[in-house]
Write a protein that binds this ligand. Structure first.
Ligand code: BG6
Length: 368
């Protein structure tokens, strides 16, 4: 039931604040993250020496966002890999490796095969899953469910924000258990996370401008997305959504990589979304991203910046600015992705496409 919305996707984007809030619920005690499902695993979490996150599609981008936060908080090496690539090379993993799978459906065959392979190799497995009792959840040593609710639209939206939330909760839980951060610092991060749902709601409330932009851009042949740090996987997610829903050639790049190749693609009129980090939270990266914007605009790009409200540097340099509320640097991706989800949906709608059932795609791919 679409509940009065024009599509499941529109409904599911509107549910992103609840998906985050419901994933946090029951997992904070006295200002610290305590995930009940992980009770009894403290010894394991102290013993592990690395984490590998495996996933496909959107879930892999949520996993990439997770790597930045878990490393920052828990001081443990974390890498992310596509399940099907991980499975068929010869990854070096052992009993001190924790392999975290991220899957909305919990049935993606590529990810299931990678989880089985990890178990057989002696690694410990943790599943971040949205579907109760799914195969990947059942076959893992532990599960942290995302509570995004059922997701019907083929392209994932609310499950993506819930996956990042679950990975963040895990990172904060791990940091507490491993004693890598002070309780005060961890409590400040928990507060930041708890503030996210209302901030997402405020972006949803101002979505008219994004819809307009999407209608103006309905004839674009290609759209580029740039981001750095946690903004990089958000750029990749923005590009994936546009490919999936609007069948437009879209590419996401790391901002620092631009000069190493992609800048050759910039020609007059080329639309480029840029995820701009907060000037307060990212004093070093912010000016670098601003100069990237200036460089591509000098070559005629049309820049749409997603930037913190009131960022004075971005206003004169971008063509369009989509403001997002103030948040700590690691929490910006949960906000910056919302305009990109809306943009892809609105652009596909403007082209008269079925946003819930894009051509050639399935919600859950149960073959390798
Ligand atoms: C793809 C879906 O086939 O599978 C994507 O179209 C999804 O939306 C990906 O992100 C992974 O799915 P899951 O269920 O493992 O998260």
């Amino acid at each position: 039931d679409k509940g009065g919305w024009s599509s499941f996707m529109a409904k599911e984007i509107s549910e992103e604040p609840d998906a985050v809030a419901n994933t946090i619920r029951g997992r904070v005690e006295g200002g610290q993250v305590v995930i009940p499902e992980l009770a009894g695993l403290d010894e394991l979490f102290v013993d592990i020496n690395r984490i590998v996150i495996i996933a496909c599609g959107t879930a892999a981008y949520a996993g990439t966002v997770g790597t930045y936060a878990i490393e920052r908080w828990a001081g443990i090496p974390v890498t992310v890999e596509l399940s099907h690539e991980f499975r068929y090379r010869d990854p070096v993993i052992d009993a001190r490796t924790l392999v975290i799978s991220v899957s909305q459906s919990g049935e993606t065959m590529d990810t299931l095969m990678a989880v089985r392979f990890a178990s057989e190799s002696g690694a410990k497995t943790l599943s971040i899953c949205n579907t109760q009792g799914a195969t990947i959840a059942r076959e893992s040593d532990a599960v942290v469910y995302t509570h995004a609710g059922p997701e019907v639209a083929v392209a994932s939206t609310k499950a993506f924000t819930a996956q990042i939330t679950a990975l963040y909760l895990f990172g904060l839980h791990l940091a507490r258990v491993r004693g890598t951060q002070t309780p005060e610092f961890l409590a400040s991060q928990v507060e930041e996370l708890q503030a996210v749902p209302d901030k997402i709601a405020s972006i949803l409330g101002a979505s008219e401008k994004i819809a307009q932009l999407a209608h103006w851009m309905a004839d674009s042949r290609a759209v580029l997305f740039l981001g750095r740090h946690v903004g990089y996987p958000i750029a990749l997610e923005g590009a994936l959504k546009l490919k999936e829903l609007a069948y437009i050639h879209a590419e996401g790049f790391a901002g620092g990589e631009l000069k190493h190749g992609p800048i050759a693609l910039i020609e007059p009129g080329q639309p480029v979304f840029v995820v701009v980090p907060s000037p307060r939270g990212s004093a070093i990266l912010h000016p670098k991203v601003i100069s990237t914007i200036e460089e591509i605009r000098a070559r005629g790009a049309r820049v749409i910046a997603i930037a913190e409200q009131g960022d004075a540097a971005v206003l004169p340099s971008a063509d369009e600015v989509i403001p997002i509320p103030l948040a700590g640097p690691l929490f910006e991706p949960l906000l910056a992705v919302i305009p990109l989800h809306i943009f892809a949906m609105e652009l596909a709608t403007a082209k008269g496409l079925d946003v819930d059932q894009p051509r050639n795609l399935a919600k859950s791919v149960t073959v390798e």
